[in-house]
Write a protein that binds this ligand. Structure first.
Ligand code: NI
Length: 484
């Protein structure tokens, strides 16, 4: 049996190693491995819990607003406070701006070069030699849009900074709301940026995805994965202390084995069967889960834990959100939604949806009204839970605070942990992670050029960065090359 190792996978965020076994050019098993350990949560232990929003958003320079949001929602929850409407809306505008930037980044600058042939020069080379199928004129347009998307992303960041102060690592999100005060000038400036970005999404991004989907329609049948979806819900649309049940732009919910159900966060556990953490830290709910690294653990192959929902592997992200929201355009795809192209399609239409909604939200701001609710740390031990939808999927922060106002346990369960965690169980009871499951069964036409595998990985927009080792059955490296 031959083995392909891609380590690290490129044009994704961070570091992922993929190892697959192939038989007659078909993947029979797959292992995704997070190869870095950061231990961010340990930095929080013993600190003033109000540092969480600033420290935890340093997890990532691409999606810091997601961690700022989850971190602050956990603090709001722990303190039993709720932002006034202006605070809720400005948080949504900050987070939404980052969605637009992140989704455009993902399609054009991470995934598109799997389908769009750039000029034979950097940054378009080196690359896998994919089966480029776009007609020459459409391909040339797509390359132009690739370049225009860089400018649009900068504008999305500038738009975000109107409310967030700066990007990355916003300053304005604080317990109980925000520190930025709305005025008419900021609102109009924001709307002008939004108009230009919305036009790009509707006239460039979505048509490019549709053109790619048209000529790569076979990719609606590749990379199905576990077909279980989880969504915490995101962008609150009303005030209320029940963070799961309050009205949100994205509904919370799960889709398990073909059934839609309400989300019950009590069913979430973190497993470490094949992760480099001590065995006795597995199987716990995130509010008590601790990290004890065990780099020599037998049978482990990843620094990522495996979140499970009632024991099930769950895919998160734009496709999960749109499937749970029963978006008619996504439901109309039927089983073809569970695919590489289904994920790109769901992400693209979601980008337009959010941009449209942000215009309405901005117009709901009320200059002169409060942006923040006063707060104080509780004088007893409390657990705060912050659930939101990052651009890449369901993100939760669990924050246990001691009676003397110090962080005891901090736990971030991130979208890529859901999507790219290792398998759990063993033998017949093995449950592969969603990304592993999506890769198994894939036909790899040329094992020395395994573009199919990275197309599947990139469709899930994981956040982990370039060399590829392709090995023969006797594990001898036959080629090694760098990919952008
Ligand atoms: Ni990230």
């Amino acid at each position: 049996m031959a083995k392909i190792i891609v380590d690290p996978v490129t044009r994704i965020e961070g570091h992922l190693k993929l190892e697959v076994e192939i038989e007659d050019n078909v993947v029979v098993d797959a292992w995704t491995s997070g190869t870095l350990w950061r231990g961010m949560e340990l930095i929080m232990q013993g600190r003033d819990p109000r540092d969480a929003e600033q420290i935890m958003q340093r997890i990532c320079g691409v999606c810091p607003t997601a961690h700022a949001t989850a971190g602050i929602l956990a603090l709001d929850d722990a303190m039993g406070i709720e932002p006034p409407p202006n605070g809720r809306i400005i948080r949504n505008l900050i987070f939404g701006s980052n969605y637009l930037q992140s989704h455009i980044l993902h399609f054009f600058h991470l995934a598109a070069l799997d389908y769009v042939k750039g000029p034979d020069m950097a940054p378009f080379k080196p690359r896998y030699e994919a089966d480029y199928r776009l007609p020459a004129d459409i391909n040339a347009q797509a390359v132009d849009i690739y370049l225009e998307a860089l400018t649009i992303r900068r504008k999305a960041q500038e738009m975000l900074a109107i409310w967030g102060g700066k990007m990355p690592h916003v300053q304005a999100i604080v317990p109980g709301g925000v520190s930025e005060v709305p005025n008419t000038s900021k609102i109009y400036k924001f709307l002008a940026y939004l108009e230009e970005i919305q036009t790009f999404i509707d006239t460039k991004y979505i048509p490019t995805v549709k053109a790619v989907a048209g000529v790569y329609s076979d990719w609606f049948s590749i990379g199905a994965g576990c077909q279980n979806f989880l969504c915490y819900g995101g962008f609150p649309q009303e005030e209320g202390l029940d963070h799961v049940k309050k009205k949100k732009f994205f509904d919370s919910g799960v889709y398990v084995r073909g059934q839609y159900k309400e989300l019950d966060i009590g069913l979430i556990t973190e497993e470490v069967t094949h992760s480099w953490y001590a065995d006795d830290t597995g199987g716990n709910t995130p509010d008590v889960a601790v990290v004890t690294a065990d780099a020599k653990k037998k049978g482990a192959y990843s620094w990522i834990k495996s979140p499970r929902y009632n024991g099930e592997a769950m895919e998160v992200g734009p496709l999960a959100r749109q499937w749970i929201a029963k978006n008619p355009d996504v439901l109309a795809l039927g089983d073809k939604a569970f695919s590489v192209m289904g994920r790109h399609f769901a992400r693209a239409i979601e980008t337009s949806q959010i941009a449209k909604a942000m215009k309405e939200w901005a117009l709901q701001l009320q200059p002169g009204q409060p942006v923040c609710t006063p707060h104080e740390l509780p004088k007893k031990e409390v657990v705060g839970v912050g659930l939101c939808e990052g651009s890449r999927g369901a993100l939760g922060h669990w924050h246990r605070i001691s009676s003397d106002g110090r962080t005891m346990v901090y736990n971030a369960v991130v979208p890529t942990t859901w999507n790219s965690g290792p398998r759990t169980g063993s033998g017949a009871a093995t449950v592969r992670g969603p990304m592993e499951e999506a890769i198994v069964g894939t036909r790899v036409a040329d094992p020395s050029n395994p573009v199919e595998l990275v197309r599947i990985i990139r469709s899930m927009d994981p956040c982990y960065g370039c060399a590829i080792h392709v090995m023969t059955p006797n594990k001898k490296t036959i080629s090694q090359f760098a990919i952008n």
